[in-house]
Structure formats: C-alpha cells, structure tokens
Write a protein that binds this ligand. Structure first.
Ligand code: HEC
Length: 139
C-alpha cells in the first residue's frame, strides 16, 4: 500500500513537472531573480549605506524591483527589458557581450558572469512577455 502511494505521488509530480515545462512559463521570482542577485545586485540596488558609504545604483540602473527593471538606466531608459524583444533588451545584451567588452556586465573581473544556460532562461522570460508575476521587489 505504501509503495503504491509513493508511486502515485511520483507520477503526479512528474505530470506537474512536464506540464510546466511544456507550458514554458518562466517564473521570474524563482528562476530569474536569483541570477540577478548573484551577478548584478552588488551594483544595481536602491541607494543604500554600506559601511558608512553611500552606494548609488551604477548607471542609474536598479534591478531590485519590477518597476525599476522596466524603467532602465541613464543611457537606455525603457530598454533595459523590452517585453517580447530580447534582442532589444540591454539587461540581456550587456551580459551576452564578451568579458573584455567595456559594456559587458558584470564589468570584467567585477562579478560572476551569467552562464549561457541562465542567459537562455532570461531570453525566454523576455520573449514570453517578461512577466514578474506577483513579485514587486523594492519600490
Ligand atoms: C561591479 C559593479 C557592477 C556589476 C556587478 C554589474 N554592473 Fe551593470 N553597470 C555598472 C556600471 C559602473 C554601469 C555604468 C557605466 C557603464 O555603462 O559601464 C553599469 C551599467 C549597466 C547598464 C546600462 C544602464 C543604462 O541604461 O545606462 C546595464 C543594462 C547593466 N549595467 C546591467 C547589468 C547586469 C544585467 C548585471 C548583472 C549581470 C550588472 N549590470 C552587473 C556596474 C556593474
């Protein structure tokens, strides 16, 4: 009886997993946010004090909230994330540049590069409409 239950649970979990994989939805908070936290937050968070120093978001760009992600930075306002257009989205374009490029993000030697797999995930998220779900982040 017990084994049967476990098998039923596994089968259910499998169905749920394949269903969400087919549906193709990328969950911003679960799948994209951790990438930005690891590679970008250090320089692109709301102005705050750190060890007595005021830290401003670099390039005027914040990545810690849904509204500010869409607002973008100084050079490319409203083009940080262009829903449906990964090729126009600077968030993705800058991380895809070779490390030696002066526009590459994170800047050379200044943080963890975003892996090809994670870039593909971000591309898919933008292409499918760049939804943040219920996530608002820091306002
Ligand atoms: C060590 C600090 C640092 C990290 C980490 C970092 N950036 Fe930046 N970022 C900067 C600086 C400095 C600028 C502004 C000057 C420049 O363009 O080089 C900038 C500018 C940008 C811009 C241009 C904004 C505009 O419109 O002017 C984008 C887009 C960007 N960063 C995305 C990212 C992404 C995405 C990540 C993570 C993968 C990231 N950055 C990680 C320092 C950083």
């Amino acid at each position: 009886m017990k084994t049967k239950h476990i098998l039923a649970a596994l089968a259910a979990a499998f169905i749920v997993n394949t269903a969400s994989a087919q549906d193709g939805a990328v969950d911003f908070e679960k799948q994209i946010l951790p990438i930005l936290k690891t590679s970008c937050f250090k320089c692109h968070e709301k102005e705050h004090e750190d060890n007595g120093k005021i830290k401003k978001p670099k390039g005027g760009l914040r990545l810690d909230g849904a509204a500010v992600i869409m607002k973008g930075g100084k050079e490319n306002p409203n083009e940080n994330v262009v829903a449906g257009k990964p090729e126009s989205s600077w968030l993705l374009k800058t991380m895809a540049l070779p490390e030696s490029d002066e526009l590459a993000m994170p800047p050379e030697g200044k943080g963890d590069r975003v892996s090809a797999a994670d870039q593909a995930l971000i591309k898919k998220w933008i292409a499918s409409g760049a939804s943040f779900g219920a996530w608002k982040g820091v306002e």
